[in-house]
Design a protein around this ligand. Sequence first.
Ligand SMILES: NC(=O)c1ccc[n+]([C@@H]2O[C@H](COP(=O)([O-])OP(=O)(O)OC[C@H]3O[C@@H](n4cnc5c(N)ncnc54)[C@H](OP(=O)(O)O)[C@@H]3O)[C@@H](O)[C@H]2O)c1
Length: 306
Amino acid sequence: MRVLLAGATGTIGSALVPRLLAAGHEVLGLTRSDGGARRLAAAGAEPVRAGIMDADELLTALDGRAADAVIHQATSITGMPMFHRSLYATDALREQGTANLLRAAALVGARRFVTQSFYLGYGYRDLGTEPVTEDRPFAALTGHRGTDRHMRSLRANEEQVLGTPGIDGIALRYGMFYGPEPMTRQLADQVRRGLLPVFRPSGITSPIHIHDAAAAAVAALERGRPGQAYNICDDEPVEFASYLRALAASVGAAPPRALPAWVLSVAPYLKAFMVTSRIRLSNAKAERELGWRPDYPSIHEGLRTL
Ligand SMILES: NC(=O)c1ccc[n+]([C@@H]2O[C@H](COP(=O)([O-])OP(=O)(O)OC[C@H]3O[C@@H](n4cnc5c(N)ncnc54)[C@H](OP(=O)(O)O)[C@@H]3O)[C@@H](O)[C@H]2O)c1
């Protein structure tokens, strides 16, 4: 397939471009920068210079081009998000950015559309001990301004992609990315310097190695069922405290000290993510329907790739 890829230069896009090409697809990679365009061309993709927040710019850059599918992997997260506002640009990419990319899909004649979603759409809360499947609806709004804004954008992203007539839409509800990628490197650096404690009590996350996340996007492009969402995570949900201890061990750092979770009240997003959320995601549907399995079934295998 000829694939228009938004976020082609990013963390996941950089892992995805070579996989798409190796699977025999062609890639039209969106980027806003000259450097991004050079990197995409060097990787074997065809660069297209445009952002996705400006519909006119996007549609003008794509005028006269054709594609069979669109993959939306654009996010805008700089460093570990501490505050809710750290996510607002990404929220916008999931609402307006997705709307603009759907217009782009119509322009280039693409019918298939795979979008990046996020497991915290199920809610920044404790979902108990049972595996969370795609049958569980995304959480209702709670009246909290910050989390409600993220929830609205996660919903808007999926509703647009799964509900647009004439579009075969698929949403990938990724767990927490880790691996040879910026956020993991930043955490590893902080753990090494003794700057990042673990918090008690600890939340539970469902990790996904960045290479497995990219492989799932290729599988969804080729085999995903239109109108479906898939949880994409490894086989072992893990406490954040255990993750940070394993990360410390993998980079030869001393075990992080433990601090009470209330200390994190100064960083409300981080607290909602690392303390309040306890989500054990099930990847059974993705394995069953996409023919995909994580190469790194837990962080214990995945952290060796750092
Ligand atoms: N599930 C998760 O845990 C999760 C999800 C997302 C991100 N993260 C983490 O957050 C960190 C940062 O990742 P990231 O992907 O946000 O940043 P990134 O790696 O810097 O990549 C952002 C990508 O989105 C594109 N982009 C941003 N704004 C755009 C716009 N207005 N129009 C078109 N494209 C746009 C960028 O393209 P150009 O700059 O080339 O235009 C780039 O390709 C990483 O460590 C990542 O693992 C984690």
